[in-house]
Design a protein around this ligand. Structure first.
Ligand code: SF4
Length: 372
């Protein structure tokens, strides 16, 4: 019923999303799973690729988990140690995405990690798996405490609403969580479909917090290093619609690029606050573009190919000079902190620190720095 309802929704949301096709392929995955955030089933048969999404081969893998009860994402204050994910490889292809690099360290990675960005990896029967994780064998809920208001975050590995089918799956998993626990759910997306999820979950509006992420306010610049995502302006529009209709929202201003000077950082932070209407958001996360594996190289290449050679050069310069990198992080933080001075606790600026830089960042915790 729910499925039909979703599929009947018109694709008129101003999104650049490509709905999943149903064309059959003959490809077969070479490994049972590539999940970082799950317990794979050791004896699972080779997974079969059956459909394509946004040009990528879709692979289903067996996994015993969709919910992770001990996630490291609590350090980022995005959740209370709970996350869920219905997939391990995203429909989208952001140049800066670190998931592929995470997978390289995972014992259950794909034989060729380069395959990660060319595949969509879904966990088979994800809704059913989530339900099993939330209930005892007799069907009673494992987490019945009405005062257990912990926040669960999705997703640490994929976009939760990259197309209608995946958004529908997210709704169903959310429903399992919302009806079997008293938890709150934080959803993050680079699509403009969150509003549709919100409509489906309207009866739980006080328990779901919706956020979109972007590190730029420029549609063309965003499209140069994020492939397949909704235009930045459409994402922001969808966030504003959620705000207009009284849904809980948050903003994620990341990963933002190095800029020419402090005036440019300040202008960007102010414009981001205005566009995302952060005064209406519960929290604002922000972060610079952190180097992981090949993500820096991929991002610089994508910027150049998109006609942003100057941006690529600036990024390369800071990535090879520790002091310049630190200056980039501090300028970004200072600009956001000034914007949110009047609302203590709203800004959550994620920052990796070393021994040498810790004293400065320790002193910024009260202004919103979250040290990783
Ligand atoms: S939306 Fe997130 S998970 Fe998907 S490719 Fe982009 S950064 Fe990676």
């Amino acid at each position: 019923m729910l499925y039909l309802r979703w599929m009947n929704l018109p694709l008129d949301h101003g999104s650049t999303l490509q709905p999943a096709t149903t064309s059959r392929t003959t490809a077969t995955a070479k490994t049972p799973t590539a999940a970082t955030d799950s317990t794979p089933t050791p004896a699972s048969p080779p997974a079969k690729a059956t459909v394509r999404m946004a040009g990528k081969t879709v692979v289903e893998v067996e996994s015993k988990t969709v919910i992770n009860f001990t996630s490291g994402f609590s350090h980022k204050l995005l959740c209370d140690g709970l996350t869920f994910t219905a997939g391990s490889a995203c429909v989208y292809s952001c140049a800066f995405c670190y998931v592929e690099d995470l997978m390289r360290k995972n014992p259950h990675r794909l034989p060729n990690p380069e395959d990660h960005q060319s595949m969509v990896i879904r966990r088979r029967n994800a809704v059913e798996v989530a339900k099993r994780q939330l209930t005892f064998r007799d069907g009673s809920p494992r987490f019945p405490d009405p005062n257990d208001r912990r926040v669960i975050y999705a997703s640490p590995l994929v976009d939760v609403a990259a197309n209608l089918e995946l958004a529908r799956e997210t709704v169903e998993i959310c429903r399992e969580i919302l009806t079997r626990t008293a938890w709150q759910i934080r959803l993050l997306s680079k699509s403009s479909l969150l509003r549709r999820i919100a409509d489906e979950l309207g009866d739980f509006r006080d328990r779901v917090i919706y956020g979109v992420s972007t590190g730029t306010l420029d549609d063309r610049l965003g499209a140069s290093f994020e492939k397949g995502t909704a235009l930045v302006s459409k994402r922001i529009q969808s966030l504003r619609r959620l705000q207009d209709d009284g849904f809980r929202t948050y903003a994620m201003v990341c990963p933002s690029l190095p800029l020419a000077d402090d005036a440019a950082y300040q202008a960007f932070a102010e414009q981001a606050a205005e566009e995302l209407r952060t005064d209406q958001c519960e929290h604002v996360w922000a972060e610079v573009l952190n180097v992981r594996g090949q993500s820096m190289v991929r991002t610089c290449d994508a910027l150049r190919q998109g006609g942003y050679a100057e941006h690529a050069e600036r990024l390369e310069r800071v990535s090879t000079d520790r002091e310049a990198w630190e200056a980039y992080a501090r300028s970004t933080f200072e600009a956001h902190a000034r914007c949110h001075e009047g609302t203590p606790g709203k800004l959550r600026f994620l920052q990796y620190v070393g021994r040498g830089t810790r004293p400065y960042w320790d002193a910024q915790i009260a202004r919103g720095a979250v040290l990783l």
